[in-house]
Every structure is written in C-alpha cells, then in structure tokens.
Design a protein around this ligand. Structure first.
Ligand code: FO1
Length: 305
C-alpha cells in the first residue's frame, strides 16, 4: 500500500507519475494549511490541485485552477470586494460553491473531498490531512497574515520572521489516516515546500506519532536543487525556521521520521553528511519538466533500490 503526503503545486507532478505507473489505489494525504475563506467560499487549493490533476482538468502551466478557464466572475467581484487579489476561474468557482454548500450543510471536508473525487472518477483515496481548520500564518515585520495573503497578494515579497500553523494544537488527523499510515508499505513525502506544504500535515501530533511508529519505508523527495527551491518561497521559510536552504536543511526537517531522502544527482556532495544523520540517500534526476520525468521519478521511487 502506497501513501503520499502532498501539498503545493509541485506535488501533483509526482502524484500523476505514480498514477500512471501504479495498478493499485494509493492514498493521497493533502495539505489543508493554505485553505482560505474568501468571497463567502471555502477554497482548498491543495485538494483542488489534486482533484484537477488526477482528473485531467488542471491548468498545468499555473499549477492551480482549471485549464482554459475564464475569469469573468472576478470582474464583478472587483466591484464589491477587497479580496479580489485572489483569482477564481469561472469553472473553478463551481467547485468552491459546491464545497461551501456541503460544508454548511454539515458534511466534513474529508466527506466532501471523497464525493468530489468520486464525481471526477478518480480511483485513488484523497484525504485532507485534517477536518479541523489549520491555517498557515506568516509573521512579517509588522503583522501576521494568511499564507495566501503573503504569497498571492504580496507575491512573497515580504520578509518572514516566523511561520506558524494556527489551530494545530487541537487538530486531529482526518478519517482513518493513522491506520492508513500504520498499514502502508511505502510513505512518500512529495517534493513540496517543507514548511508550508508538508509542515502543517506532519505537525498534527497524532499523525506524526503514526508516521514514527509505522514500519513503512518513509521516503522524502527533496524540493531543493543546488541550494535553491524548485519553486515558491521555501527558501525564505526554511531560513526563518532555522533550516539551511539545502538538502541538509530538508534532511534535518524530516529527520525524526524519514528513512530515506531522494536528492538530485547534482547534489551528490551532501550524501555523506545526510547518511551520517541515519538517513539513506538516493540520487537521481528529481526535476519534473514533463510527463516522462514524472513517470521516471515515480518508477524510481517504487523500485526497491
Ligand atoms: N495562486 C496565485 O498565485 N494567484 C491566484 O490568484 C491564485 C488563485 C487560486 C485559486 C484557486 C486555487 O485552488 C489556487 C489558487 N492559487 C493562486 C494557488 C495557491 O495560492 C497556491 O499556489 C497554493 O495554495 C499552494 O499550495
């Protein structure tokens, strides 16, 4: 049984690769830290990227939203709302509308995700990390803000003093996540931003405990090549949390539960240092520029090397 812990717009590339290669169903645990209420809608970007990615609807260039979407509704929103910095596509809108309705009707986020996944004919299990609200919050010089306000409204151009996960103290893993983790053969940490895409999930106390206790091979993919994040604000965030922006920093961040780390072939110089931390290191080409790369990396992870 394969379980993947995902978040951010890069994870879906690996998930797609695994989907092409695997005959069996996998479980995909998605980040909920960047969920946000805007325009009266409950928006869950990482769940939707997974849903759209696995049902062939994703705008692959942007990494979020639906391809060939239009943004006419946003023009009306601009008249009334201060939050028009967050772009909702016209087709994408219906996902948020339905989720919000079902949520207000009393359904849990995991139930809503299952329903949507079934309607999109996705064979895998997509489970939000928690049904509790967890909010990734960025502390800049003068105040705290939601991750989306930092990343989308301010384009990540503010200094980061701290990153916290609001609500994490009381958050429980959704559904049967702890059992899935215990019974998995392999648990793959997708190449997402360790702090904002994977961090909120593994900070859930009971989820982390089950990761530590699981006998699965726990394999993380580095999101960093030659000391630079493949995409997004991982560098700034890792520095703010006291981790170096390198594979050493990634290894340290995951060191209390992973067995293995896959790094890019160009970073081979870090191998010894990471091995000394008790983590087995693999090196291969980790940058996924096209579907062939996605499939090759998925095959590499699934092989027993
Ligand atoms: N990212 C942007 O940079 N600008 C946007 O206007 C934007 C809108 C948006 C709407 C729906 C959705 O599911 C994702 C959206 N994203 C947008 C992506 C999102 O901000 C982040 O990349 C993810 O939260 C990272 O996981």
């Amino acid at each position: 049984m394969i379980t993947v812990i995902t978040g951010g717009t890069g994870s879906i590339k690996l998930v797609r690769g695994l989907d092409s290669v695997l005959d069996e169903k996998m479980t995909i645990i998605t980040n909920v830290g960047d969920n946000i209420w805007l325009f009266g809608l409950y928006i869950c970007p990482d769940i939707d990227t997974t849903l759209y990615g696995l049902s062939g609807q994703l705008d692959q260039k942007r990494g979020w939203g639906i391809y060939n979407d239009t943004f006419n509704w946003m023009t009306s929103v601009n008249k009334f709302s201060d939050n028009a910095w967050f772009q909702i596509g016209d087709k994408d809108l219906d996902t948020h509308r339905l989720r919000t309705k079902l949520f207000k009707d009393g359904m849990k986020l995991s139930e809503i995700t299952k329903l949507m996944s079934n309607r999109m004919n996705i064979k895998h299990h997509i489970i939000p990390a928690s049904n509790h609200a967890i909010e990734t919050t960025i502390t800049t010089n003068d105040r705290q803000m939601h991750l989306q306000e930092f990343w989308v409204k301010n384009k990540g151009n503010l200094p980061i003093k701290d990153v916290t996960y609001k609500g994490i103290e009381i958050a429980e893993p959704a559904d049967n996540i702890t059992n899935v983790i215990k019974n998995s053969d392999k648990i793959i940490i997708a190449p997402g931003n360790p702090i904002s895409s994977i961090g909120p999930t593994i900070a859930i106390t009971k989820l982390k405990k089950s990761l530590k206790e699981s006998n699965a091979r726990k394999i993380a993919l580095s999101p960093i090549i030659r000391n630079k994040p493949i995409s997004g604000p991982a560098g700034k965030m890792m520095r703010a949390k006291g981790y170096s922006v390198s594979n050493i920093g990634v290894a340290k961040f995951y060191s209390d539960f992973i067995d293995e780390l896959i790094i890019d072939s160009s970073d081979i110089k870090y191998m010894d240092k990471i091995t000394k931390m008790g983590i087995k290191v693999h090196q291969t080409q980790i940058l996924m520029k096209n579907s062939l790369n996605e499939i090759e990396l998925a095959k590499y992870i699934l092989s027993d090397n």
